[in-house]
Design a protein around this ligand. Structure first.
Ligand SMILES: Nc1nc2c(ncn2[C@@H]2O[C@H](COP(=O)(O)OP(=O)(O)OP(=O)(O)O)[C@@H](O)[C@H]2O)c(=O)[nH]1
Ligand SMILES: [Mg+2]
Length: 216
């Protein structure tokens, strides 16, 4: 049986950390990528040519708007399902896009049908802010200006990180701090997007995508 789920799209320009983030949240994520002939910044050895695909679960003890709940990989949830008996469960498909300009058409196709977006900027690379803005407009042209969205200035763990205030000013949108590699600020960003999705559409069929975990 096909599982209904919420679709979160992870996008941003080249090297912003999309694949790393998806892999951090779901170590069993699928990645369609190719090896770079020469490492970029002496560190990055591959680039996404297709997509990243991770599967998560949002588990909440109740449906109060303030309740944050827990985000975990689907694998982890299935392993520890008994602990969440009676909780409200939402399945999440986390889909990462390619970042290079040449994959614009692929990004647009992958974006279609997404319920919300996590948008990454490399917080250590101000030179690519403009390229990030182009990708953001591209995605909004597919999903609408008001798509539930959280923008993360990524790589906050690095000493050359520029900080959210400067990046928010340059980007012209509110940007939040995070590190996909070290799982800082990421689950919170996803929860905020999920809350916007559900708060914005309390009566539509998204609520059908919810299920209550049964006792094992
Ligand atoms: N320090 C640090 N490095 C990161 C973080 N996220 C990603 N990186 C590094 O940044 C580089 C790019 O990461 P990727 O996950 O490949 O970036 P991407 O956005 O998927 O790149 P494309 O698919 O080529 O567009 C890699 O060398 C990662 O190890 C982070 O949060 N902190
Ligand atoms: Mg990638």
């Amino acid at each position: 049986m096909r599982e209904k789920g919420i679709k979160i799209f992870v996008t941003g320009f080249f090297n912003s950390g999309k694949s790393t983030l998806v892999h951090t949240l779901d170590e069993k994520a699928i990645h369609v990528e190719k090896e770079l002939s020469k490492a970029y910044n002496e560190e990055k050895t591959s680039t996404t040519t297709g997509f990243d695909l991770g599967r998560l679960v949002w588990a909440r003890p109740n449906l109060n708007y303030e309740t944050e709940g827990v985000i975990m990989s689907k694998t982890e949830y299935l392993r520890e399902k008994d602990e969440y008996s009676g909780w409200h469960i939402k399945y999440i498909e986390l889909k990462g896009s390619p970042g290079q300009t040449q994959f614009s058409a692929v990004r647009k196709i992958l974006a279609k049908g997404s319920d919300g977006v996590i948008f990454l900027i490399d917080g250590c690379d101000l030179g690519n802010i403009g390229n990030g803005l182009v990708v953001l407009e591209e995605i909004k042209s597919v999903l609408g200006q008001n798509v539930p969205l959280r923008i993360i200035a990524n790589k906050s763990d690095r000493s050359d990180y520029h900080g959210c205030e400067m990046i928010s000013n340059m980007f012209g949108e509110q940007v939040f701090e995070g590190s996909g590699k070290f799982n800082l600020g990421i689950k919170d960003a996803i929860i905020q997007v999920l809350k916007t999705i559900f708060n914005g559409a309390p009566n539509d069929n998204i609520s059908e995508k919810e299920e209550v975990a049964q006792d094992a």
